[in-house]
Design a protein around this ligand. Structure first.
Ligand code: THU
Length: 131
């Protein structure tokens, strides 16, 4: 699985986003160390706070199927499904990623057609809280 292939899966995952309140579609594709991919989308709710981000959908799908070792995630998002800039993970998703991923875990942020930026989890969440 190449970085670009994972980005393409994140873009594809935007299609299933349930976003009647924001119209902001997000897709994520999470690669396990064993080479399996779990995708996720954001799922909104009329009561707003139960809304879940695409990144957490992907990681919770994976963890609930017994996977706990991950190498990379790709994230894509945009209003009305149009990707005009990167969609960096929110603070809650960064903390959830930090629970399961090491500091060298790679985060790919889709910028446009065939274009992405590459960060480590340590770039996005320095000094993360750990018990
Ligand atoms: N959203 C994500 O899915 N991932 C993020 O990291 C940031 C925000 C979603 C939540 C909500 O459905 C929509 O984007 C607008 O905030």
């Amino acid at each position: 699985m190449t970085e670009q292939e994972l980005c393409t899966l994140a873009v594809k995952a935007m299609e299933n986003a349930y976003v009647p309140y924001s119209d902001f579609r997000v897709g994520a594709a999470l690669l396990t160390k064993g080479g399996k991919v779990y995708t996720g989308c954001n799922i909104e709710n009329a009561s707003y706070s139960p809304t879940v981000c695409a990144e957490r959908t992907a990681i919770f799908k994976a963890v609930s199927e017994g996977k706990r070792e991950f190498s990379m995630i790709a994230v894509a998002g945009g209003k009305d499904g149009k990707i005009e800039k990167i969609c960096p993970p929110c603070g809650v998703c960064r903390q959830v990623l930090a629970e399961f991923c090491k500091e060298d875990f790679i985060v790919l942020l889709v910028k446009g057609e065939g274009e992405y930026e590459k960060y480590s989890l340590a770039d996005l969440l320095p000094l993360s809280f750990k018990l």
